[in-house]
Design a protein around this ligand. Structure first.
Ligand SMILES: Nc1ncnc2c1ncn2[C@@H]1O[C@H](COP(=O)(O)OP(=O)(O)O)[C@@H](O)[C@H]1O
Ligand SMILES: [Mg+2]
Length: 160
């Protein structure tokens, strides 16, 4: 089972393709933790995942920095959370995290490294590094068999 996947996106278009391919493969209960500095492309990536999940207008997907969590109807309900402004991991639980994690929908969390302790172990972590003005370096790590399979399918879908 593949547990790690690295992808270099030379531009935004490649980030979009990467996210769409992942979105097309997500299953109910999938949890994706996103890490990377401000401007890395976490929200852009989530928009692309949304397209892969069947949300036709990704502009509908806005950054949840102030709203903290947004739910979008899609093939599976998509929960998009940004925990940047949370003061503690407990606040994430108090927001109703249990409902979005491991449930009928999928959950994408920006700044997941800040609340790692309260996330399910079974998840996919995606770290985005800024490696150039338009270039982003993606490092994905899967935990648990379902997300391991997801990672393997995602990596295969990106093969030329
Ligand atoms: N390859 C790329 N992938 C993602 N974003 C990129 C890329 N190249 C440039 N960008 C720009 O970087 C910014 C990423 O913003 P955003 O997705 O809001 O970041 P974050 O949510 O990580 O703070 C956008 O302005 C986007 O146009
Ligand atoms: Mg963001």
């Amino acid at each position: 089972m593949l547990t790690e996947f690295h992808y270099l996106a030379p531009d935004l278009e490649c980030t979009r393709r990467l996210g769409q391919r992942l979105g097309a493969l997500l299953f109910p209960g999938a949890v994706i933790g996103l890490e990377g500095p401000l401007g890395a492309g976490k929200t852009c990536f989530v928009r692309a995942v949304a397209v892969g999940l069947g949300i036709h207008d990704p502009r509908l997907v806005t950054s949840p920095t102030f709203i903290l969590v947004q739910e979008y109807p899609a093939r599976w309900p998509m929960h998009h959370v940004d925990v940047y402004r949370l003061r503690s991991p407990q606040e994430f639980i108090d927001l109703g995290a249990e409902e979005w994690l491991g449930g009928a929908g999928v959950c994408l969390i920006e700044w997941a490294d800040r609340i790692r302790d309260v996330l399910p172990e079974d998840r996919l972590d995606v770290v985005i590094d800024v490696s150039g003005a338009q270039q982003r370096s993606f490092h994905a790590a899967a935990h648990g068999p379902r997300h391991g399979q997801l990672l393997a399918d995602w990596a295969r879908s990106m093969q030329p």
